[in-house]
Design a protein around this ligand. Sequence first.
Ligand code: GLC
Length: 651
Amino acid sequence: MESARHLSPDALPLFERASVAAASVLEPLAARDRHLFLLRLERYFQNLYDGLLPVYGRRPDYEAVVIRMVERMARQYVERPEPLKLLDIERDLTPDWFQRESMVGYVFYVARFAGTLRETLEHIDYVAALGVTYVHLMYVLRPRDGENDGGYAVADYRDVDPGLGTIDDLRLVCDAFREHGISVCIDLVLNHCADTHPWAVAATRGDARHQGYFYTFPDREMPDAYERTLPEVFPDFAPGNFTFVREMQRWVWTTFNAYQWDLDWSNPEVFLEIVDIMGYLANLGVEVFRMDAVAFLWKRLGTDCQNQSEVHDLLQALRACSKIATPAVAHKAEAIVSPSDLVHYFGTGRRYGKVANIAYHNSLMVQFWSALASRDTRLMTHALGAFPPTPPSIAWGCYARGHDDIGWAITDEDAAAVGISGYAHRQFLSDYYSGQFPGSHARGAVFQFNPQTLDRRISGSFASLVGLEAALEARDETLVTLAIERMLLGHALMAGFGGVPLIYMGDELGMRNDHGYLRDPDHATDNRWMHRPSMDWDAAARRALPGSVEARVYGGLQTILRARKRTPHLHATYPTRILEPHQSHVFATLRRHPLGPMVSLYNFSEAAQTVSLDLLEGRFPHQPYDQLEGRFLDVGAGEIVLGSYGRLWLV
Ligand code: GLC
């Protein structure tokens, strides 16, 4: 192929063999479709090759593995339904689709939001009315029976949880959302599968091929060696990283719970299985994969076995697979790691922009909660200001709350830079959000106390953590207003940061903690369920009742999201710069856009604050206009005034 000249000399011969192999699989397709696939193969083959080489390149069967992989992708394309092939072309033409200011995400447990997949269809209008263009359905694939870590222990990646429906229902749901301009995202749990997954069952029975899918050890020698540098994810209910499986008489690597077996990605058969699964799910109409717990995919003795460079190679290769076979699909990385590790999930250096399309901005989330508790934005300004630049082709997933706990990912270095102790601040935050700190408005709970590090993560819903639960109980209207304003501050920050805002179910209404999980033996030990309530449709109905809490939160959020959609400055391709407001209660960002600058200001205290006009540095030749309130800003006094928890999006 003429244009294949961009391939490196070592990749070219393999590419040529792979295209011949693909062409024969593509035989049943029309000439134009065959051509399209081969064009995409050529375009992304180098990314695939460069991703796979460092991980599998030394194996004698390396080339055969790549050919098999390409054949499988070709088969996926042969099976791809026509409407999705059209969507592929659309996305080839609009690769920035997930970066647009119109993007708004909504995240929910299918069972808790609607009951079943089909019942979800009854609520599409509800979701659409909020302006949502992307829904993350949790969890969908069939998990193990009994305890399953909220669905994150998958027993079958090609089947739907029977309580939620069937594979056909999933297809139907994807089609229906797509018709409403809403993309469906589901979890792809890559680090582990359930101990009841057929791979694990076969391994338990002694099948050597499937034992090769996992890390198993005959004795404690290697587990002990690894444990010396491994942290613990669930120190409370799943201490240690290895589990002895009696039937197999071997230890298995289980980073999370004992029933979640880590997959051995150094075995290319695992990679091939996942490529097949991705194609299968993409062909049902799934448009975004949330790649779960990706930091853990590669293990290296003597390290914490997170964020190893092979993880980024593997993710680059998986990304290339989607780009070749199912290009409508985007990848979202869930790597809840420190700031310096996080940016690699977008690709840095030779992988620049080639790894994930979207990644959770865990630091933004943590800094939001930290500044809210301390009423002090200096740490936030410093930590986010020091963030390395990101490629222009990506988007942050911006979220205040999700289904998981909050871990205080604040480094000692960042804390020291603003003159505080990292350890003491993290302890303060745990005290504050678990309601132990005097004067705290929060009603959270400690999740996973780690006796070694004394770390305490936090569970609790957005509304309960900002004080709404306590305020309503106290029937104190002033406190209720403050709590609602804190929520809207968070919603505005996430919608205005310049990534995809991800709204967690119930947070559009101010839904509080739900302690019902304590009655369910499969959930009772995991207090993350306190912020995974069932949707309160009565509360949803109250959003139409003027003056109700629900109407105030929902109406406030709707105003923010509408403003977002008419603010082109929020397209994710433009970088977010953190401004230094010289004011310890205000957080400020700048986005430079060809239309002009956008300066956003957020007041993290209950008292009104002023900011000097100098912050705008003459960026606005005319009076700035606040996109949120839809009015010109009064700057007569030479200062900008922000009310209690006030926010401004100035353009
Ligand atoms: C991710 C999920 C979390 C789960 C873990 C293990 O972090 O968000 O809920 O416990 O992965 O799969």
